[in-house]
Design a protein around this ligand. Structure first.
Ligand SMILES: [Zn+2]
Length: 248
């Protein structure tokens, strides 16, 4: 079997029997893959802590079919992101990011930009825990995957929408004006501040967003909008959000 090498981020792992572990990875070169690391739970393992979630590694693996379970032969830690695993809040926030990667990125879709983007947010999360990171990650990732919502012009007639209360249509993938609203069902009323904040989440760097003043009420509305938006694309609920809500 051919040997491959890749840059990867560990998403999740499952222990298999007494010493083996299955690892799911997002790789720069092959998209999402799963592999088994043999002997990973032995004290003298060559894998060390490289199979833990959030770790950025260089990985070597065998396997020639894109859907099969690979055999991981070697790993080397590039960035451990240990700071995330040492703090419960960061673990939950990191788990939210990983759930989005697992559910929104389909199959072996690979994109070097997405790999660097995930690594950037994990690095950011190691240093700072602000809720806005979650929503910024979510909307930026959706845009990179081609699901950019229309937030300035009506998704149907393309007129500029500037009302205080804005209507959002998931079927149309954006806001809709009062004229087009009359013919539509399944729309949601969204405060203008939420639409404006979503635009900033998409267009601005995470470093800038951390200092942007957001009231508790607006953050709450932003969360509602994000989760409602995600429901449209996901067939599974985001489990980590439930834990985050319980903790807050
Ligand atoms: Zn319209």
């Amino acid at each position: 079997m051919p040997l491959y090498k890749a840059n990867a981020i560990v998403l999740r792992n499952w222990d298999l029997g007494e010493s083996d572990r299955i690892i799911s990875l997002y790789t720069m070169e092959f998209g999402k893959i799963r592999g088994v690391a043999h002997g990973v739970r032995r004290l003298t393992t060559k894998f060390g802590s490289s199979t833990l979630p959030f770790t950025c590694i260089k990985v070597s693996f065998y396997g020639n079919d894109s859907h099969e379970l690979k055999t991981i032969s070697q790993t080397e830690i590039v960035k451990s992101c240990q700071g995330i695993r040492e703090n419960l809040e960061k673990i939950l926030y990191g788990s939210f990011l990983i759930e989005l990667i697992e559910h929104l990125i389909i199959g072996t879709h690979r994109d070097e930009r997405i790999f660097r983007f995930i690594l950037k947010y994990l690095t950011w999360l190691e240093h700072e825990t602000t809720e806005i990171i979650l929503y910024s990650f979510c909307f930026k990732l959706l845009c990179m995957l081609g699901f950019r919502p229309m937030l300035s012009n009506c998704a149907i007639c393309h007129q500029v929408v500037d009302n205080y209360k804005i209507w959002f249509s998931w079927d149309e993938g954006g806001i809709i004006c009062p004229v087009c609203l009359k013919e539509r069902q399944g729309v949601m009323s969204v405060p203008k501040e939420v639409i404006e904040l979503t635009k900033r989440l998409i267009s601005e760097r995470v470093e800038t967003l951390r200092t942007y003043p957001v009231s508790a009420q607006l953050m709450d509305e932003m969360k509602g909008f994000t989760l409602y938006f995600l429901k449209y694309y996901l067939t599974f609920p985001i489990k980590s959000m439930g834990f985050i809500e319980e903790m807050m």
